[in-house]
Structure formats: structure tokens, C-alpha cells
Unconditional design. Structure first.
Length: 274
């Protein structure tokens, strides 16, 4: 009896949580197909009288969403590639090499995470401006490029689970440390790489502050800043177009997550159990 009550409560909680999560998405999706008059006169869950893609066309062209996706894609590809390589190499060095100050390195990464980012923005802006990167894509790329304690921890847990006998066998064949990393260790990090790509990629994709502050030009708009200009520009009063832009921005993240979720769960499980 208790088991049945507990199961019922568990599934009821999951259903309620799913409904609460999906309701805003359903509202935005329905609004993106309505006209301005229909959006004002009907309820949020009322179906559109006519399903039209005019709002999506307007958001894609007048809202410069295509340009936003292009700039975001360039930034993500360069920044995430660097994050994966630097993070994996850092974790490999920390786990495989016994050097003085190894714990200090990990502590430094952890300390950097604990420092609020807003307290360093003045100095960061001055550095970016001095390097001549202000109002260029490289400003966001450099700030996103690199790694953090989460990425290092994910790679470190997977590398620790890889037997060191593989390294020794490769050394017997004459391989150096760099060759061992690229040909032995790195191919075994696919679940961890997928996890880091998703975590870092979603964070950079949704980031608004850095592109808005360091890339103010309208030609350098990303997905997040393009959506912001919907609400502050000539399209601000047309909420049906804003809703269409939001749906366009959500679609890539949903597709990427659904296509890579098995790697994410595998990376999380492997890092937690090994």
C-alpha cells in the first residue's frame, strides 16, 4: 500500500512538473502563429484561426536571426573546440604526471570559479580593449575559450578510469606523451567530450552579457542579442514575431540535446561511478 502511494505521488509530481515546464513553451509556440490582433483578443492557449509562417519569415529576415545564428555558430565552434582540447589536456596532465603544485593548479581553477565574474568585468574589459578585440567576434571567443573546473572534473573522472597500462604499452611502442594523448586517451573521451560540449555550448549559446557588452555592433549580433533587439527595436510591440524568434532560437538546442543525450548520460554515469 505504501509503495503504491509513493509511486502515485512520484508520478503525479513528475506530471505536474512536466506541465509547468511545458506550458510556457506551448504558449509561445501558439503565439508565434497568431496575428497581432488575434494575440490580443484570444487567450494564451487558444489555437490560431490560421496557421501561418509569416511571423517566422519576418523574424528570420527583419530580425536578422540568420546573421545571429552565423555569428553564434562561429563563436561556438572555435570556443568549444578550444575548451575541449585545453580541458582534456589539463586533465591528462593532472592525472598522468606527478609534478609539484598539482593540487595548487586545481585549487586555482576552483578559486577562479568562486570569484564573482561581475567583480572582474572592469579589468576584463580593459584587457579586451587593449588587445584590440572590442567589437569583434574574437572578444567573445577569447572570453569563452578555455576551460573551467567543471570541464576539468568531467575529463578527469573519465581519464582516471582509463588503465595506465595503455599508456605503458604505447610507450613500449615508442610513443611520446603527446602521441599517447591524441591516439590513446582522446578517442576514449567521447562521452566526456559530448557532456562538455553540451554544458559549455548551451552556456555560450544562451549567454547575453558578453555579446551585448563586447560586440555592440548590429552586424555582430548573436542569437541572444538578436532576440533582445526584438523587444527594444521596431519589432518590440509585435509579440507574435518575438514569439517566433524565441521558437527559432529554441529549435537548435532541442535538436542537439536529443541527438547527443545518450553521450551526455554516459559521460555523467561514467564520471560518477568510476
Amino acid at each position: 500500500m505504501k509503495h503504491a502511494v509513493f509511486s502515485g505521488f512520484k508520478y503525479t509530481t513528475l506530471v505536474v512538473g512536466s506541465i509547468v515546464t511545458l506550458l510556457p513553451l506551448v504558449t509561445i509556440f501558439l503565439a508565434s502563429f497568431k496575428t497581432g490582433r488575434e494575440l490580443a483578443d484570444t487567450g494564451p492557449f487558444a489555437l490560431p484561426s490560421e496557421w501561418t509562417f509569416d511571423n517566422y519569415v519576418t523574424a528570420w529576415t527583419d530580425g536578422k536571426m540568420l546573421q545571429g545564428f552565423l555569428n553564434t555558430g562561429i563563436i561556438l565552434i572555435v570556443a568549444i573546440t578550444g575548451t575541449v582540447i585545453i580541458g582534456a589536456m589539463t586533465a591528462f596532465a593532472i592525472d598522468r604526471f606527478d609534478f609539484r603544485g598539482r593540487k595548487i593548479v586545481l585549487g586555482a581553477f576552483l578559486l577562479a570559479v568562486l570569484v564573482p565574474a561581475v567583480t572582474t568585468q572592469v579589468a576584463t574589459f580593459q584587457v579586451v580593449n587593449a588587445l584590440g578585440l572590442y567589437n569583434t567576434r574574437w572578444a567573445a571567443i577569447v572570453l569563452f575559450l578555455g576551460t573551467d573546473i567543471i570541464s576539468i572534473y568531467i575529463f578527469l573522472q573519465v581519464i582516471r578510469a582509463i588503465p595506465k597500462e595503455l599508456d605503458e604499452a604505447a610507450r613500449l611502442e615508442g610513443a611520446g606523451n603527446l602521441r599517447i594523448f591524441w591516439q590513446v586517451i582522446f578517442p576514449l573521451l567521447k562521452p566526456a567530450i559530448a557532456t562538455v560540449v553540451i554544458i559549455k555550448g548551451f552556456a555560450a549559446y544562451n549567454e547575453f552579457y558578453i555579446p551585448f557588452l563586447y560586440m555592440p555592433s548590429s552586424d555582430l549580433g548573436t542569437v541572444s542579442t538578436s532576440l533582445f533587439r526584438f523587444s527594444s527595436g521596431p519589432l518590440g510591440a509585435q509579440w507574435q514575431i518575438v514569439a517566433a524568434g524565441v521558437v527559432i532560437a529554441i529549435i537548435p538546442t532541442v535538436i542537439i540535446f536529443l541527438s547527443m543525450q545518450r553521450y551526455i548520460y554516459a559521460g555523467m554515469t561514467q564520471g560518477a561511478t568510476k
